[in-house]
Design a protein around this ligand. Sequence first.
Ligand code: PRT
Ligand code: MG
Length: 213
Amino acid sequence: MTLTIALSKGRIFEETVPLLAAAGIVPAEAPESSRKLIIGTNRPDVQLVIVRASDVPTYVQYGAADLGIAGRDVLIEHGGVGLYQPLDLNIAKCRMMVAVPEGFDYEDAVRHGARLKVATKYPQIAREHFAEKGVHVDIIKLYGSMELAPLVGLADAIVDLVSTGGTLKANKLTAVEHLLDISSRLIVNQAALKLKYPTIQPVLDAFAGAVPA
Ligand code: PRT
Ligand code: MG
């Protein structure tokens, strides 16, 4: 029985390589340099599929992949239907923040009940956050480069991921609220866990033993 693992290129792939190694799985190629979307491994029964970060839960939900690794941000937006989430891998860590242009008095705008335009790739997370605060917002869905939106008048604020803070700083934005701590999790198709238990369980155990502190 073949085990298929869905991964995205970039930081998640890089930080997953040591976890795969702990499970005795070594990719045959690096996705950054290969155009292949299915990558073999040293194990004939294990293959990797390379998909967009936000598509990983969908592949696993429908059983096109048995396992996957996805950020908590992506999992909340997806909703988690059909997914078993046994392990926080503590990789690809960052924070979900509200950010505004330097000099914009966010607290004052909130206190005065201003209606805010908020640009984000994470409408669910943003909507819930502002609803809890009782702040009226118009959510503007973007697919990337949220940092640009306040600079050109598309939005008053953004909800985005921050790790070093370098991108905010380079665009004269400042973080004003911390919504969530984000890391990536192992996700498993619920039916595959039962059907492929003897293959999957050792991989879960190896990952659990190799999670960075
Ligand atoms: O790139 P693509 O559109 O295909 O998808 P993606 O951007 O979701 O994928 P990728 O590989 O960039 O991110 C995958 C996962 O990594 C995300 O779902 C997060 O869980 C996690 N992660 C960790 C991050 C970051 N850190 C991060 N810093 N994802 C994105 N960023 C971006 C952020 O959006 C901002 O534009 O990096 C910029 C900020 O970084 P700093 O270091 O300047 O603060
Ligand atoms: Mg990206």
